[in-house]
Design a protein around this ligand. Structure first.
Ligand SMILES: [Cu+2]
Length: 240
């Protein structure tokens, strides 16, 4: 019964918008399979004990019960091991941790689009060194191709946060940090600064426009996006 309920709850309503988001959503789902039966078990046990012993005038401490103690220690150990291994595979995913250039389970695509991101009080600048293009506030990326964003900051710490794409990375003064992603759905996705960075912090928003590869090439050449380039359609959302 528990498993059927979990399966119903965990059925994802929509496809993930990026490989990063897919990895995080999958982990969330896996952990839910463990957490939900545990919550039910603990709560039902608690309610049962409260009801069963409600009129106990002479409570006795639990005596030594080795099989029970071994069982709960072993079960807890197995659950923690499962959580640890699941989390490790996501952390070792090179899209989640770009320093893990090629993870044990996930291969990155070669020849990524490289973009320099400059965060400042209070906005975002995006530079495409290969195309000599610079944009303010909005970064345009092609669907289905790896993108590597190198983050810099002109002043204080900022954080590039695109929740729909499962991306969050700090920009630290004097350092370079990187984001690797591959968007799988055309669309317009919001970017927030997730590090309190001064009075204009709340205004420090941006967006990621994910467009079809042909629209991306056209945009790089002309600076204009075709109409409806960021409108998801049945064909545009086909998985890559
Ligand atoms: Cu900021």
């Amino acid at each position: 019964m528990g498993v059927a309920l979990v399966a119903t709850l965990a059925a994802a309503p929509a496809a993930a918008q990026s490989v990063n988001r897919a990895a995080i959503d999958n982990l969330n789902e896996q952990l839910l399979y463990v957490a939900l039966p545990l919550v039910l078990f603990v709560e039902i046990t608690l309610l049962y004990a409260v009801y069963r012993f409600r009129d106990n005038d002479d409570p006795k401490p639990t005596t030594k019960d080795s099989p029970l103690e071994i069982t709960w220690t072993a079960v807890t150990g197995i659950i923690l091991l499962f959580v640890g291994i699941s989390a490790y595979f996501v952390l070792a995913n090179p899209y989640i941790t770009p320093a893990a250039a090629s993870g044990p389970t996930v291969e990155t695509q070669g020849d990524p689009v490289e973009i320099d991101v400059v965060a400042y009080q209070w906005g975002w600048e995006f530079r495409y060194p290969d195309a000599n293009v610079t944009t303010q506030g909005e970064v345009v990326v092609p669907r289905g191709r790896d993108v590597v964003l190198t983050l810099h900051t002109r002043d204080v710490i900022h954080s590039f946060y695109a929740p729909d794409l499962g991306i969050k990375q700090d920009a630290v003064p004097g350092q370079e940090t990187t984001i690797r992603t591959r968007a799988t759905e055309v669309g317009q996705f919001r970017v927030y600064c997730a590090e309190l960075c001064g009075v204009g912090h709340a205004r420090m928003r941006g967006s990621v426009a994910v467009v079809a590869p042909t629209a991306y090439d056209e945009w790089l050449e002309t600076g204009d996006l075709p109409p409806n380039a960021t409108t998801p359609t049945a064909t545009a959302t086909a998985a890559n």
